[in-house]
Write a protein that binds this ligand. Structure first.
Ligand SMILES: NC(=O)c1ccc[n+]([C@@H]2O[C@H](COP(=O)([O-])OP(=O)(O)OC[C@H]3O[C@@H](n4cnc5c(N)ncnc54)[C@H](OP(=O)(O)O)[C@@H]3O)[C@@H](O)[C@H]2O)c1
Length: 326
């Protein structure tokens, strides 16, 4: 497995990360025993960067991961997030200092560890200056509860302001052939500041694997059913784009999802794609993307297959999208 540095002076981590969100039934039902096998499989494949969050499954996700950490804490670069809360069916950001201090203690307890390696603000709170939130996150580093600090879905200006308060190791935002927003400024800011870019939903929330052809492929309680990109005519047009990715992948003798992950790895040397799956065998096949080599003409062909702006519909339902800065 290729390695990439976490922040300017942090540890090396696997070039691909494994995100645990869907192990708490985000995209259809998950089953804990199989989920635990998937996490172990990631470590066995050399993927040591594992990402969870306070909000995933209302604590279920961190507790699930604690089962693996009991045996394998030393093998894991452990990342969790805080600052998003569900209230009255709506997502709210909370970056107040008292919430920063409350949240880390809850995560450490659920994870069964004395520190996390990367602590990320899930969404910036529009009512709290970023300096105030990140300053308090810096206090957690000084207290030994956290090794490094990260931000998620933020604008370049927010990153620059935060960096004056405490070094930011990583920015985590949605980035894939299907979501190109980070190319509008955040990637450049990360490169300039020595910040690692963690590309979440790198498989376009499953679309880029070619496994989703119609709404019927999504379970009843799947979050994607309420997402414009996965509905009606938009879905049909997006599936047609994926067909082109599948053709290129078939010619190269790789899976479409592997091609999508390899494309991200080749974009810039500080990008860490963070994929998710509930299935151990898919963890293993996705991990192989780190060995797929792409030449410049192949990169150009992949980009021409899904040009920026070609994908129809938002990646998130409105009530979630509104908190994204970037
Ligand atoms: N910071 C944030 O706000 C934020 C937001 C979203 C996600 N994230 C992080 O990013 C991680 C990944 O996000 P994601 O789960 O949306 O990413 P993704 O990797 O783009 O999509 C996951 C979907 O792809 C499917 N899949 C994965 N590998 C496959 C394969 N080889 N063949 C067929 N289907 C495959 C999975 O289905 P199966 O389970 O059926 O395999 C799942 O439905 C999350 O776990 C979380 O850590 C962060």
């Amino acid at each position: 497995m290729q390695r990439r540095r976490l922040g300017a002076d942090g540890p090396e981590i696997s070039a691909l990360g494994f995100g645990l969100m869907s192990l708490s039934s985000t995209y259809g039902p998950s089953e804990d025993e199989e989920s635990l096998r998937a996490i172990h499989r990631a470590l066995d494949c050399g993927i040591d960067f594992l990402d969870t969050a306070e909000i995933y499954g209302g604590g279920h996700n961190e507790r699930l991961l604690s089962e693996v950490l009991k045996e394998r804490r030393d093998e894991v670069v452990l990342a969790t997030k805080f600052g998003l809360q569900l209230a009255d069916g709506r997502l709210q950001a909370n970056g107040r200092p008292d919430n920063v201090r409350r949240a880390i203690d809850g995560s450490l307890e659920r994870l069964g560890v004395d520190h996390v390696d990367l602590y990320t603000l899930h969404r910036k709170d529009p009512d709290v200056p970023i300096e105030e939130t990140v300053g308090t996150m810096g206090d957690l580093v000084r207290a030994g509860k956290v090794r490094q600090v990260g931000l998620s879905a933020i604008a370049p200006d927010t990153l620059r302001r935060a960096q004056t308060e405490h070094p930011i190791a990583a920015v985590q935002s949605e980035y894939s052939l299907f979501t190109r927003t980070p190319e509008e400024g955040v990637l450049d800011a990360c490169e300039e500041l020595g910040v690692t870019f963690v590309a979440y939903s790198p498989l376009g929330r499953g679309m880029l694997t070619g496994a989703i052809r119609s709404g019927d492929d999504l379970a009843e309680q799947d979050l994607r059913r309420s997402t414009p990109r996965f509905q009606g005519e938009s879905l049909e047009e997006n599936v047609a784009l994926v067909e082109r990715v599948c053709e290129i992948a078939a010619e190269k003798g790789v899976e479409p999802g592997q091609l999508a992950l390899a494309w991200l790895l080749h974009r810039r040397g500080f990008i860490v794609p963070l994929f998710g799956t509930r299935k151990p065998e898919r963890v293993a096949s996705n991990a192989e993307a780190a060995s797929v080599s792409l030449q410049a003409d192949e990169m150009a062909r992949i980009e021409a297959a899904v040009p920026p702006g070609a994908v129809r519909g938002a990646a998130l339902p409105d009530f979630m999208e509104c908190l994204n800065e970037g």
